[in-house]
Design a protein around this ligand. Structure first.
Ligand SMILES: Cc1cc2nc3c(=O)[nH]c(=O)nc-3n(C[C@H](O)[C@H](O)[C@H](O)COP(=O)(O)O)c2cc1C
Length: 224
């Protein structure tokens, strides 16, 4: 394949004071992001969801293959089926599959197999990873290899969470395990695998979050 032609980079150079202000404001805004397990059913303007997905789809990806698909669920009946299936998997996990040390790690968060937020939130965004390229004709099927799928979809999901938060919406990063039921309910092609399930909405008026601490900058950063 021929190399791409190049175009000029479009990155505005900011005066240093503006650069610092923007950077500090972004940290402050992101510091208020929390995983929210108590959602309101209040409607959310769809453009907020669409813009956040636009933002996610601008993420870097291995060989620019963009190996992601964001399925937005708003239909109450599909949300009900997803909640039912997620709760069934989670009940099995909490009661039989999770080893004691996993249950102990989760205990401070107070989570259990009840996932009311999956029906209450106005939108569920189901993130799928596309493990390989797939072109199907009447007779044949062609597969192409995808590179760094996990890393790429993880980065795109980070963009998505940041964009939703910056629009004033609450999210929960949810991984009912195993998640195969999402591919079945949402009728996905065989090259897509569920990556994360994100209920999105306004938080319930009385929503609370666990009082947890984040590591300090000196714990997470080393300078050499
Ligand atoms: C990959 C991943 C999977 C997670 N899965 C769940 C989940 O299934 N259920 C849940 O209630 N929280 C889940 N969480 C949320 C974490 O518990 C939460 O991010 C963590 O406690 C830190 O809290 P914060 O997001 O409010 O900062 C998950 C987070 C990540 C990054």
């Amino acid at each position: 394949m021929k190399p791409h032609k190049h175009v000029l980079l479009n990155l505005r150079r900011m005066p240093p004071a503006e650069q610092l202000r923007v950077s500090r404001e972004f940290v402050d805004r992101m510091a208020a992001r929390r995983s929210v397990r108590f959602m309101s059913s209040e409607p959310v303007p769809f453009e907020l969801i669409e813009n956040a997905i636009r933002c996610a789809s601008l993420a870097p990806s291995g060989a620019n293959q963009q190996p992601w698909k964001f399925v937005v669920v708003k239909d109450p009946e599909i949300k009900r089926r997803i909640r039912e299936a997620a709760e069934a998997e989670e009940r099995e996990s909490y009661e039989h599959r999770m080893p004691q040390d996993w249950l102990e790690a989760l205990a401070p968060l107070g989570t259990d197999c009840h996932k009311e937020f999956l029906e209450v939130a106005p939108y569920l965004i189901v993130v799928f990873r596309i493990d390989f390229g797939l072109t199907q004709t009447a007779e044949d099927e062609f597969r192409t290899k995808h590179y760094y799928v996990q890393e790429s979809v993880g980065i795109a999901t980070g963009f998505l969470l940041a964009a939703l938060h910056m629009s004033g919406l609450a999210t929960l990063t949810h991984t009912p395990s195993p998640m195969g039921f999402l591919a079945n309910i949402l009728d996905r092609p065989k090259n897509e695998r569920p990556f994360l399930l994100l209920p999105v909405g306004f938080p319930a008026p009385d929503a609370t979050v666990p009082d947890i601490a984040k590591k300090s900058i000196t714990e997470v950063m080393e300078i050499r």
